[in-house]
Design a protein around this ligand. Structure first.
Ligand code: SF4
Length: 288
């Protein structure tokens, strides 16, 4: 099986495709580290697995009428444009399958390797809905280098989106997530990201705050202790109970609402070719 039914109810897709397991991008806040537990392998960032024959499995699954026209999230718990993808080209093969089935997709990545596949993204986006999201957490490149050590600069990530926007019919937007309290949540950073997205005529900026569950919490606090000790106590206090988190969430949502209003930033909705595929691009915690 290539596709999984997602359990989350806030995503615009009901099925996802994860071609790799593990991710060399090494984001300190990575929410997906738990997934290596099932492989009894502790190193999510080092040991990357791939699914042999994934394009053929995807082809078989998409031949099922029940899945026809379903939006598929691509790379939801690991980046589909891993360094390994450069030689294996599994994501590229899967794009060809999506073209064959005229299937809408929602890709998220942080890698410029996606530019290699602009030809296929363009071909698919001419016949159905395609959305390409790139995660950008901060415009402070020094902070970015610390929290996302194996990822290109934020400026380069905006460049990926510009290329997608200029060369394809896909929607292109920013995943401004996770917003990390006391580190990347300042007004200036958030505002500049919205401003840059607007300047580049990007279609959306989707926001979400930091979620710390299970292994992620352990890894993240250990990293913070070593690299940002001055913030560690405040962050731990904030994440100690749900009341403080809720209050913070409301405050952050209000800050974002004001920035969007000031910048007159409007999220464009993903319109599919057919009504049944019409989808909504909304923030994961704020309403339009
Ligand atoms: S790119 Fe995504 S999956 Fe990869 S390490 Fe970063 S957060 Fe995790």
């Amino acid at each position: 099986m290539a596709l999984n039914k997602t359990s989350a109810n806030f995503t615009p897709y009901k099925y996802d495709l994860n071609i790799y397991r593990g991710c060399e991008h090494r984001c300190q806040y990575c929410y997906a580290v738990y997934s290596h537990k099932f492989l009894e392998d502790a190193d999510f960032f080092q040991n990357v697995y791939y699914k042999d024959g994934i394009a053929q499995a995807l082809d078989r699954q998409l031949s099922d009428k029940k899945l026809k026209g379903q939006l598929i999230g691509v790379g939801t718990v690991c980046d589909s444009y891993q360094p390994l993808e450069k030689q294996l080209e599994l994501t590229r093969e899967c794009l060809k399958v999506f073209i064959k089935h005229k299937n809408p997709i929602y890709i998220s990545t942080k890698s410029p390797l996606i530019e290699r596949d602009v030809d296929l993204i363009e071909e698919l986006s001419k016949i159905t809905s395609v959305s390409v999201s790139v995660s950008i957490t901060t415009l402070d490149e020094q902070i970015a280098k610390k929290i996302e050590s194996n990822v290109v600069s934020s400026a380069r990530r905006f460049e990926i989106l510009r290329k997608i926007k200029d060369s394809t019919h896909a929607l292109a937007g920013v995943h401004l997530m996770p917003i990390i309290p006391f580190l990347t949540d300042n007004e200036k950073n958030l505002e500049e990201i919205f401003k840059t997205a607007k300047k580049l005529k990007l279609d959306y900026v989707v926001t979400d705050m930091l979620n710390l569950y299970g292994e992620t919490r352990k890894n993240f606090f250990s990293f913070f202790h070593d690299v940002f000790p001055e913030i560690e106590d405040r962050l731990k206090a904030l994440y100690s109970n749900s009341r403080s988190i809720n209050a913070y969430k409301i405050e952050l949502a209000e800050k974002i609402r004001k920035i969007k209003k000031r910048e007159r930033f409007v999220n464009h909705r993903l319109k599919a070719k057919r009504e049944k595929n019409r989808l909504k691009q909304v923030s994961m915690f704020e309403e339009e």
